[in-house]
Design a protein around this ligand. Structure first.
Ligand SMILES: [Zn+2]
Length: 72
């Protein structure tokens, strides 16, 4: 999350690999490199970021909004 602004540069491969909903990265381990929340995939790096977010921080609000999108 923090400062990451990766565009969707990775790829070159099948469509089966999950792409992180937050950072847009495709983990090398595929589905094992993160968690699925409903139909959204979150890579382990972002998962860690989320876990360590400070409540009330800017990132926190961004993440909460994203999670709301995911959870509908
Ligand atoms: Zn991610």
């Amino acid at each position: 999350m923090k400062g990451k602004s990766h565009q969707l540069t990775s790829g070159g491969g099948g469509n089966l690999l999950p792409r992180c909903y937050f950072c847009g990265e495709v983990p090398a381990q595929g589905i094992h490199g993160g968690v699925m929340i409903k139909k959204a995939f979150i890579c382990s790096a972002c998962e860690q970021d989320i876990v360590h977010l400070q409540v009330g921080s800017t990132d926190y609000r961004v993440v909460i909004n994203k999670l709301k999108e995911i959870l509908g």
